[in-house]
Design a protein around this ligand. Sequence first.
Ligand code: SF4
Ligand code: ZN
Length: 306
Amino acid sequence: MNCCNEKPVIELYSGEKLCKNHFTYYFQNKVFKTIRQFELLGKEENLGVALSGGKDSLTVLHLLIRLSQQNPKIKINAIAIDEGIKGYRDKTLEKAKEFCNQNNIKLNIFSYKEEFGLTLDEMLEILDIKPCSICGIFRRYLLNKKSKELKLTKLATGHNLDDECQSILMNQLKNSIEASARLGPKVGLIHDDKFVQRIKPLYLCTEKEVTTYAFVNGLLDEFNECPNVPQSFRAQVRDMLNSMEQKFPGTKYSIVNSFLQILPLLKQQFKGEALKVCLKCNEPSANDVCNTCVYLEKLKRKIEVR
Ligand code: SF4
Ligand code: ZN
């Protein structure tokens, strides 16, 4: 069923086909409703937006800028991490810089090279490890540390419904139920000054919707994907979910909606765990020494014996 006489830009899983204007209205409404429903923002925020220059983060920044224009007590800063992935991150960072310049947003860029001494590409030449496992750990570490230094009250990320679905399933497949307890539109189990609360305004938007929004609203004109994606476990889970969604439309919504029903119980179950800090860097950690420091030590040892 078409929304009107205009050419449709997307077919929703319900079968409804929406034109650019109706879809833009639908999408923006969905994001602003998510922010209200899950109380993602307070009345006053020094909000950070994790910006990679890809479709998800550009979309979330674009919408949060609109929100801050309506409410000047919501201040927006962008924060980008340059992992050092040649031919990929350099391109998306250019897009991030251009977008921030056009919208008068301060962009804070931090790189693995400056913070850890090596780019991700260089680390992968030294350690025999799947790229995403080390990259994700370092990025989360830097985002949290730098958000604290910038005195951000919250950090919005571009995670969408597909990302959440993949994380839920990956945790099930790896028997990591505690990791699932940290998921949700508001990330984490406890409030602590050592963590800057991460929020996901695109939580209920599918990847297809976000991609369509970014392209039809001119936020992006080309699609870039990290060359390391095919090596990741996430990519396998993503393909499986996409195939299920194609056969059984609505699968992803069902997974996230049922997860949201058990999430309060999961958070309750695990919130008693005391927060530790890493003995080496004083950042939050599940163990005595955090994964970032463990990997940095491994890299250092490998370099010494070279
Ligand atoms: Fe890093 Fe993996 Fe994401 Fe590439 S896909 S940026 S390697 S986490
Ligand atoms: Zn540490």
